[in-house]
Design a protein around this ligand. Structure first.
Ligand code: FAD
Ligand code: ZN
Length: 494
């Protein structure tokens, strides 16, 4: 598969603190902590840890360590800190900005958390779950389900990504509208610091106003401040009533009016409000063998609405019907369907979750993960579309995503028949145009995927200088020798 060029491929790690290439002796000592069986050095076996799944980022490493527990992580970091060995934490390797992939100098050791995969405790009364960082998100869902509770973080990568990775990236997904980002779902953390000390912050408290809330520094820190080894999460009542609808309409502004109606009439039970354009649905229908057209005719835009709550099964379907009727009456909705069964609901969700994956069958895609204030999404989409169509005539903008959160995955598929490499070669230019419009709307160039190595060098342009300086203070204090994921998130200082 050809590499997708991006402006940061040649970036070198942060020069603020230069970790050294580990000696053979250091590598042997690190390997001895986990045992040879879990210290991977063989070139073939190491390969999957060095490549991002979409092959957008590749790196090199002399050693992958797979520790069994928090104590081993602590020993590894103590030794790495003494020997100035760079450590790249890796969870499920589903991150989209290259944070989990080492650079290509071959001097960084990968720390893979997958063996720390025990659910330590589930408490249906406190509504909490404590799990180790390497637990797969899907297994957390199952453990919560076991006590009839919901853990509401929902990502298309949930079968592979790990809760530690979700915390390190402050993952978003399709449940944010009702339950917040990962940050909002965390009560406590256990973290191994750069010098090997273990911070046991696994609190289950809902209220604790005793000074600085340090856990939030680690949430979204992308492995640059500490290694998350365990987490206490919030659980929620499992919905007993769910209604899913697929709606065809003319533009996203109408969709936002419909969202207001839905919130008002349902008592804020809307748990997902996702949007996609006609061209996006056409691509899914063309390339997914299990996808079925949800409505009789095509429409310029589509919305997937999910409402859920604790009432009697079926009640929310009636509420959904009332909402859609009002939408028709006000001229907001062209056509709509409400799922009559769990299978139908899954079929509608499939159309949304396949949106990104199926685009690759159409050639190259230049992708963005941006956010603007919710009310500004329609104007942003119109302006960004116009800008990229002017730059690359014939390109196919596919803006889709979490409309209810103002989070647009502004993907642009290449013109039909164009050369993929030529198109992707314009990534930087096209992104600059999209990001300039994001700035006009006071938005963010990374809504939910993080900074990693991909967007690192944009930080001075998007962050207030005082904020960036404070981030550097935090980094230096937590990791004075710069061994934790160097060269990610923060650019080198001048
Ligand atoms: P990795 O990719 O392994 O690592 C991500 C970052 O976290 C790296 O910087 C790494 O160094 C660090 N890290 C990992 N584990 C730890 C740890 N224990 N301690 C400290 N640092 C650590 N993201 C969204 O936000 N919303 C979506 O809807 C979404 N959908 C996706 C759909 C698909 C098909 C794919 C492939 C990805 C999607 N993602 C989405 C991106 C990705 O799944 C998330 O960023 C996820 O949280 C990463 O988890 P991971 O375990 O794979 O972490
Ligand atoms: Zn998303």
């Amino acid at each position: 598969m050809p590499m997708i060029p991006d402006m940061t491929q040649d970036m070198t790690p942060d020069t603020a603190a230069k970790p050294t290439v580990p000696s053979l002796e250091t590598l042997d000592r690190l390997a001895a902590i986990v045992g040879e069986k879990y210290a991977i050095r063989d070139a073939d076996a190491i390969e999957p840890y060095l490549v991002e799944r979409r092959d957008r980022f590749r790196g090199a490493s002399p050693l992958v360590l797979r520790p069994a527990d928090t104590q081993q992580v602590s020993q590894i970091l103590r030794l790495a800190n003494e020997t100035r060995t760079s450590i790249v934490p890796q969870g499920g390797n589903t991150g989209l900005v290259g944070g989990q992939i080492p650079f290509d100098q071959g001097s960084e050791v990968v720390l893979s958390l997958g063996r720390l995969n025990k659910v330590r405790r589930v408490d249906g009364l406190d509504n909490t779950l404590t799990a180790e960082a390497g637990c797969i998100l899907h297994d957390i869902h199952s453990a919560a389900d076991g006590v009839d509770r919901l853990f509401p973080l929902r990502l298309a990568s949930e079968g592979t990504c790990q809760i530690g990775g979700n915390i390190a990236t402050n993952a978003g997904g399709t449940g944010v509208l009702a339950y917040g980002n990962t940050r909002d779902l965390v009560l406590g953390l256990e973290v191994v610091l750069a010098d090997g000390r273990i911070w046991n912050g696994l609190s289950s408290l809902r209220k604790d106003n005793t000074g600085y809330d340090l856990k939030h520094l680690f949430v979204g820190s992308e492995g640059t401040l500490g290694i998350v080894t365990a987490v206490t999460l919030k659980l929620f009542p499992k919905p007993t009533d769910v209604a899913t609808a697929f709606v065809g309409l003319d533009d996203p502004a109408q969709a936002l009016e419909l969202l207001t109606i839905a919130n008002d009439l349902s008592g804020r039970r809307v748990t997902a409000f996702e949007f996609m354009p006609k061209v996006g649905l056409e691509i899914v229908l063309r390339h997914s063998t299990t996808a079925r057209a949800p409505l009789h005719d095509a429409h310029p835009w589509y919305i997937l609405i999910e409402m859920s709550g604790g009432g009697e099964d079926g009640a929310l379907r009636e509420t959904m019907a009332t909402i859609l009727e009002q939408g028709f009456e006000r001229g907001l909705v062209n056509d709509a369907t409400i799922a009559e069964s769990e299978a139908q609901s899954q079929g509608l969700w499939h159309l949304r979750t396949e949106m990104s994956e199926t685009q690759r069958h159409e050639g190259g895609s230049i992708k963005h993960d941006i956010s603007v204030p919710v009310s500004k999404v329609p104007a942003f989409v119109a302006a960004a579309r116009q800008a990229v169509e002017q730059l690359v005539p014939g390109c196919r903008p596919v803006p889709f995503g979490h409309l209810g959160d103002g989070n647009v995955h502004f993907n642009i598929t290449q013109p039909v028949g164009a050369d993929k490499t030529d198109f992707l070669g314009r990534w930087e230019e096209v992104s600059a145009a999209v990001h300039a419009i994001v700035a006009d709307f006071n938005g963010s160039i990374s809504a939910e995927h993080g900074i990693g190595r991909m967007k690192r060098d944009l930080m001075p342009m998007i962050k207030d200088p005082v904020e960036l300086a404070l981030m550097r203070v935090v980094k230096r204090e937590f990791d004075p020798n710069g061994i934790l994921n160097p060269g990610k998130v923060l650019p080198a200082e001048d």
